[in-house]
Design a protein around this ligand. Structure first.
Ligand SMILES: NC(=O)c1ccc[n+]([C@@H]2O[C@H](COP(=O)([O-])OP(=O)(O)OC[C@H]3O[C@@H](n4cnc5c(N)ncnc54)[C@H](OP(=O)(O)O)[C@@H]3O)[C@@H](O)[C@H]2O)c1
Length: 253
């Protein structure tokens, strides 16, 4: 699979799955722009990948920053034909003690920002002759984990969004799909203050018995699927579960 000549914006490209996707797409020949709030981290990743990768620091919940991200990607790649809405945050807690303001914050980052970015990216993609948008769902919409209601609700929302926007943007030559990852050790739970990196990895490794494929995932497992959805020209409105079988709900003991 070649992505020569493609220009892709990857939000959350400074860590975890977004970083893995940025690395893989650049390996395939794309020009990739990565975004995130931590400029130093972002610059380090872009510097390590090389000139194919460009960093634009910013916050996806801020309109001016979103516009700068889109403009940065158009400038870096010469046009824009892919938007990968990877950035998201975890919010966990029992329903009896969740604060509405914090729930709104996580919806703002996980749902509203990706919608707004898609709205800004669509005219650029149409001008480029078409494109592809990818949203990130989660296995949390397939298996129910007590305490994860805010996060799971945002992930259910983007899955529906991908279907509606696929219908809306298809006539403009823009495909919209949702990738649904399973358990991959990243910073997601660490940034949310739930576990340190080691405890987070151990917790996910403790779920190996729930995986028919016998292991948890890597960023590359997800990046391969992202590249497929960005290039599969007749696939739109699809939800692709990439989780080693975790969502099948089997436990091997
Ligand atoms: N890892 C898993 O097991 C798993 C499973 C299912 C789904 N997912 C989904 O996969 C996606 C990637 O998550 P990950 O696991 O790779 O976690 P991660 O390493 O924490 O990556 C998330 C990225 O989003 C960025 N981000 C968060 N809020 C932002 C904001 N307001 N503005 C700009 N950037 C922001 C963060 O960078 P800054 O903090 O620097 O802004 C971070 O680099 C998420 O959508 C997540 O829900 C992950």
């Amino acid at each position: 699979m070649s992505m020569n000549g493609r220009s892709i914006l990857v939000t959350g490209g400074g860590s975890g799955l977004g970083e893995g996707i940025a690395r893989h797409l650049c390996d395939l020949g794309a020009k990739v722009t990565i975004t995130g709030r931590r400029a130093e981290k972002l610059d380090a990743v872009a510097g390590d990948i090389g000139p194919a990768c460009h960093a634009v620091a910013g916050d996806i919940t801020v309109d001016a920053d979103r516009r700068a991200m889109i403009a940065g990607a158009v400038e870096h790649g010469g046009h824009l034909d892919g938007l990968v809405n990877t950035a998201a945050n975890m919010l966990n807690g029992p329903i009896t003690s969740l604060e509405a303001e914090k729930i709104l914050d996580v919806f703002n980052a996980n749902v509203v920002a990706g919608m707004a970015l898609t709205g800004l990216a669509a005219p650029e993609m149409e001008a480029a002759g078409g494109g592809a948008v990818l949203f990130f769902g989660s296995v949390h919409t397939r298996r129910s984990y007590p305490g994860a209601s805010p996060y799971a609700a945002t992930k259910g929302a983007v899955e529906v969004l991908a279907r509606v926007l696929a219908a809306e943007l298809g006539p403009k030559g823009i495909r919209v799909n949702c990738l649904i990852p399973g358990a991959v050790p990243t910073e997601l739970n660490v940034r949310a203050g739930l576990y340190d990196a080691e405890a987070s990895r151990k917790r996910l490794e403790g779920m190996i018995e729930d995986h028919p494929m016998g292991r948890i995932g890597t960023p590359f497992d997800i990046a391969e699927a992202a590249a497929h959805l960005l290039t599969a020209e007749w696939t739109t409105g699809a939800s692709l579960v990439v989780d080693g079988g975790l969502a099948l709900g089997v436990t091997y003991k």
